[in-house]
Ligand binder design. Structure first.
Ligand code: DQA
Length: 148
């Protein structure tokens, strides 16, 4: 089993970015948490971080064509969560389980973060558990793949 973890804009700045909200954990550390969780299930993790929506869309197209085979997608789309309609449409055409992931509890933050345009094309959302969410999201993805 292979899981694609996608990280959206500004997530590469974790560690420098708004520590009161996101803590001091770096993206590399989060990827290690996700990879360790994958390996505990005998699965493989592939990670891509892109600041541009078009690059995230291209990554999803590679899953659709089989250029990057993936059995499930875990995506922290960053702010694109709230307005990225081409990202939403690309997620919609990928026929594997999709988990929306956020470090913070977006519903407890500013109003613009209360809307997710990708939630409706994902199987479920993990939000508000900080770095633990990276393990929880992998566990959820593996469970959904196993159910298929
Ligand atoms: C985030 C929440 C988004 O609202 C924000 O734009 C991010 C990070 C999170 O992980 O909590 O970039 O996706």
């Amino acid at each position: 089993m292979r899981i694609l973890l996608l990280s959206g804009p500004n997530l590469g700045m974790l560690g420098h970015r708004d520590p009161a909200v996101y803590g001091t954990v770096t993206l590399d550390e989060l990827v290690t948490i996700a990879r360790t969780a994958c390996e505990a299930h005998g699965a493989e993790l592939v990670h891509e971080q892109h600041d541009a929506e078009a690059d995230l869309v291209a990554a999803l197209h590679r899953v659709v064509t089989g250029a990057t085979p993936a059995d499930a997608i875990v995506i922290n789309a960053g702010a694109l969560t709230h307005y990225g309609l081409s990202l939403r449409d690309a997620l919609d055409i990928v026929d594997v389980p999709r988990i929306e992931l956020h470090l913070s509890n977006t519903l407890a933050r500013e109003e613009f973060r209360h809307t997710s345009v990708i939630a409706g094309v994902c199987d479920g959302t993990v939000a508000g558990f900080g770095a633990h969410g990276y393990r929880l999201a992998i566990d959820a993805a593996v469970a959904l793949v196993s159910d298929r």
